[in-house]
Write a protein that binds this ligand. Sequence first.
Ligand code: ZN
Length: 70
Amino acid sequence: MAKNLHTHCSFCGRPREEVKMLISGIDADICDQCIQNAGEIIEQEFEFEKSHQRPQQPAANAAKLELKTL
Ligand SMILES: [Zn+2]
């Protein structure tokens, strides 16, 4: 059965006619609006991670130091 690809955004469901751009993946398509939304979410996540950064675990460095002192 032929797949009905490239007719609408797989994320928001908007038809091709209603979006500026539809980018096709292997099994899904994404419109320019969803790409923009995704970009904003990614940016927000990065900002969140930056502002909630945990202190670095020294475990990896400690192990290296131990090896050097042996
Ligand atoms: Zn979309």
